[in-house]
Design a protein around this ligand. Structure first.
Ligand code: CS2
Length: 486
């Protein structure tokens, strides 16, 4: 038996399910990037909104490339389960807010038409950092990105997220329809502003007028999104199907914690997000910096150094007290660079992060978080390091995290085995590493010269010396001893 609308009544009573008639939900949101994170985060909030009666806000999810999610979910009426895992046990909930799916690559025109449809009032995105085709260091559109070059030549059959957004907005403008809100839910610095800049720059390459119209009339609220969502494994699928008593081809694994802070600027309305637990604020920036510099920075530090030390998951890494201290120290260094609104308890926040990372029921692989470091380092680590150096404060722990990344992207681990490095710049890093050899004094400055990641900061001697010395220890003593000696 397969999960589906006709079988909802046959689920065991312990499994939560949509508290509304899923067949009456109509689309209001098109979401680009139908991955696990979206399904465990925004889609759950929208599920709550639908349960509260906002039935016009169903989600059509689009994968830009792969048909896999659509192929798994369409046969089950797009219903799927989230398994919320804690040390004490797992809670299962079937989500009904996703009501359709598209695979952009198979039919670009249909996705553009969906986005341009008057019913679509929000286009949200989780396409990961690299999906915006920008230069991470500057936040500008990378005009030479192959997908951007393609999309300029094929404006109605795009490939990239900016290409889709601009194609659909241009169509709405031509038809005299109001624009939708573009809601970025990726971990970029100043995500709304950054995506606004990228999209406007791309539109202006098509036409100056279009660029101006987008910059004048489209809302790009900033958001801070947070929920830890490891990749689903076959064992997870089997466990969920057992609990349900029926098959779910692609459930999502997650943790109890969830947070979404959103700037309240929408050009075409929104559901009552506050009633579903979303924090609507005038300025997201402090929350976003808090999350990127405390959670994501220490996550990346644990991922690179934990991987090098031979740990498979974040929970395994955190079970080593030296690495738990490493995470706490990254947070300690970053915390002084944050200015939070009155009433924010950063000490409690940091303690809760350490607890979340240690959650033994979540198998969050260090390898998964280590992906795409070139796109993540600036907002997670480099900004805080610059702020600290501006105040003449030491940066040793952050430097060790950056050195861990360097050691990782050489693509050879401490025992000489190959590392499967996933990063848009992986080839460039591997070429640099093979040119310098495993010598910290050569490798560190060479990698710091990659301007797309480090920009002018790469030439700062205080930064270079701190990272070189940390990388030197990693080569001399290995990750475990270096972290233990912090
Ligand atoms: C992680 C994030 O994979 C990564 O880089 O740091 O996906 C992290 O789990 C989320 O941002 C948590 O909200």
């Amino acid at each position: 038996m397969r999960l589906g609308r006709a079988n909802l009544d046959r689920l065991p009573s312990a499994i939560s399910r949509p508290a509304y008639d899923v067949s009456r939900v109509t689309p209001g949101i098109v979401h680009l990037g139908l991955g696990a994170f979206h399904r465990a985060h925004q889609a759950v909030v929208i599920d709550d909104c639908l349960a509260a009666g906002a039935t016009g806000w169903g989600i059509i999810g689009a994968s830009l490339r792969s048909p896999d999610t659509r192929d798994a979910l369409a046969p089950q009426d797009h219903l799927y389960t989230i398994a919320v895992r804690a040390a004490e046990g797992t809670a299962y909930r079937v989500i009904g807010s996703l009501i359709g799916s598209e695979v952009a690559r198979e039919n670009p025109a249909r996705l553009v038409a969906r986005m341009a449809d008057a019913a679509t009032r929000i286009v949200s995105l989780t396409v990961t950092e690299k999906g915006y085709c920008h230069t991470p260091q500057t936040g500008d559109l990378d005009e030479r990105h192959p997908d951007i070059v393609h999309d300029l030549n094929n404006p109605d059959a795009p490939r990239s997220a900016p290409g889709y957004i601009v194609a659909a907005l241009a169509r709405r403008r031509a038809q005299g329809l109001a624009p939708f809100t573009v809601l970025c839910c990726d971990n970029l610095a100043a995500n709304g502003h950054t995506v606004q800049r990228i999209v406007t720059q791309f539109a202006a390459l098509r036409s100056k007028d279009l660029g101006k119209w987008i910059s004048d009339s489209v809302a790009f609220p900033c958001t801070m999104v947070d929920r830890i969502v490891p990749e689903t494994t076959d064992a997870d699928r089997a466990a969920v199907s057992r609990a349900l008593g029926m098959d779910d081809a692609w459930p999502v694994m997650t943790e109890p914690f969830t947070q979404w802070v959103v700037e309240d600027r929408f050009s075409a309305g929104r559901p009552d997000l506050a009633a579903a637990g979303v924090e609507l604020v005038a300025d997201v920036k402090p929350f976003e910096l808090m999350k990127l510099r405390l959670l994501n920075a220490s996550h990346s530090a644990l991922a690179y150094l934990g991987y090098l030390a031979g740990y498979e998951t974040i929970a395994d890494t955190m079970a080593d007290p030296h690495f738990a201290r490493l995470a706490a120290q990254v947070m300690e260094e970053a915390a002084v660079t944050l200015t939070m609104p009155a009433g924010t308890d950063l000490t409690a926040y940091r303690a809760s992060l350490l607890k979340r990372f240690a959650n033994p029921a979540l198998h969050h692989r260090t390898w998964q978080i280590a992906m795409d470091g070139s796109q993540k380092l600036p907002q997670r680590l480099l900004g805080a390091m610059q702020d600290r150096l501006n105040r003449n404060l030491p940066i040793a722990t952050h430097a060790l995290a950056v050195a861990g990344w360097m050691r990782y992207v050489t693509a050879t681990d401490e025992r000489g085995r190959a590392i499967d490095v996933r990063d848009p710049l992986a080839k460039e890093f591997a070429a640099i590493a093979s040119g310098t050899g495993p010598i910290a004094e050569r490798l560190a400055p060479a990698l710091l010269g990659v301007a797309k990641v480090f920009g002018p900061f790469g030439a700062d001697p205080r930064f270079r010396d701190a990272v070189t010395s940390a990388l030197h220890s990693l080569y001399a003593d290995g990750a475990r001893r270096t972290v233990a000696g912090l």
